[in-house]
Design a protein around this ligand. Structure first.
Ligand code: UDP
Length: 349
């Protein structure tokens, strides 16, 4: 298939580009590089041994989105068959501080992508959703049948829930439309080559990149947010999924998409606490990860673990990589690229 990856230079997009290209799909990336680096796409091309065309555009802008779809099809020499829509802002805390920016970017880009798909009769969409849409889950592990979009605590999460609804409504009026909403749990790790990985700007919000920066000596210590949750060791429990497993989930969803809209959890089904992640990273890196316990982070839930059985059964997909694998791959990426994709001497905050 000819597949357009919006936000394809980002963390999950770049790993998915590798998997798709290796499965014989033709990939074109559209990104505005606001939180990504063209170097990531260059390295994707190096890994797969094939050029990966890029189109620079801000998809939240209607005119730019129209031009980008035309340019993307031209770059692949034919009309697109599918879109994987990764593009969007993703920092939870920032979304609380800048709500209108988050809604404007995350909603407008989806509206423009849907309009362009209709205009070009592109009938396959895979959307980056998030386990955040479940809010504070009633039970763990979480199945897709649990309620969505109730009591969410930040605009980022709301924008994902709203986008799911927008896609469902758009699917009604486009004949033959196939959409898959993928609810990610906690993506971690990197491609095993160490050439691509997560490159957060500034201070990482997420646990694994922060831990990696402590291990490499870039930051002094980790703050563990809360130690009195009702979990085995008192720290928060999450379902960490290797980014390559997640990328394979996108390829599976793209290929298996049936008519209408379906939603799937992409997670491992296994919960790990913050302290278990710290221990696994120390083991993988051979470096100490000093930490201090601080207050819980507002809005965090105690536990969030996927029930991935629907994706396992209907997408013919399973995770095959462990938390230890993710830590080893994340460490390879971090230690070989201590400044991410920035060139030597470039300021990275
Ligand atoms: N966490 C932490 N210190 C950090 C970042 C995260 O203790 O510097 C904890 C957080 O409270 C949660 C887990 O690590 O229990 C995963 O957080 P992350 O931000 O990576 O993902 P989330 O599950 O919040 O989307």
């Amino acid at each position: 298939m000819r597949v357009l990856l919006t936000g394809g230079a980002g963390y999950i997009g770049s790993h998915t580009a590798v998997v798709l290209a290796e499965r014989g799909h033709e990939v074109v990336i559209v990104d505005d590089y606001s939180n990504a680096h063209p170097e990531a796409v260059r390295r994707v091309a190096e890994i797969v041994g094939k050029a990966v065309p890029m189109v620079e555009a801000d998809l939240a802008n209607q005119k730019a989105a129209a031009q980008a779809f035309t340019d993307a099809a031209a770059a692949l020499g034919g009309e697109l068959d599918a879109v994987i829509h990764f593009a969007g802002l993703k920092a939870v805390g920032e979304s609380v501080a800048q709500p209108t920016r988050y809604y404007r970017t995350n909603i407008n880009s989806t509206l423009n992508v849907l309009d362009q798909m209709r205009a070009h009769s592109i009938n396959r969409l895979v959307f980056s959703s998030s386990a955040t849409v479940y809010g504070d889950p009633e039970t763990n592990p979480i199945a897709e049948t649990q309620q969505v979009g109730v009591g969410l605590t930040n605009p980022y999460g709301w924008s994902k829930a709203m986008n799911e609804q927008i896609i469902r409504d758009a699917a009604v009026v486009q004949k033959g439309f196939r959409a898959v909403l993928l609810r990610y749990f906690n993506p971690v790790g990197a491609h095993e080559s160490g050439r691509i990985g997560e490159d957060p700007s500034g201070i990482p919000n997420n646990l694994m990149p922060f831990v990696a920066q402590v291990a490499v000596g870039k930051r002094e210590q980790l703050s563990v947010f809360g130690s009195s949750y009702p979990t085995p060791d008192g720290t928060g429990v999450r379902d960490y999924i290797h980014v390559m497993d997640l990328a394979e989930g996108h390829a599976a969803a793209l290929e298996a998409a049936g008519e209408g809209v379906a939603e799937y959890n992409l997670g491992s089904g296994k919960g790990s606490s913050v302290l278990e992640v710290v221990a696994a990273f120390e083991q993988a890196s051979g470096r100490p990860v000093p930490y201090q316990i601080v207050d819980a982070r507002p809005g965090d839930v105690a536990e969030c673990v996927a029930d991935p059985r629907k994706a396992n059964a209907e997408l013919n997909w399973q995770t095959t990589r462990s938390l230890a694998d993710a830590c080893a791959d994340s460490w390879r990426w971090q230690s070989q690229n201590p400044n991410g994709y920035a060139k030597d001497g470039e300021v990275t905050a």
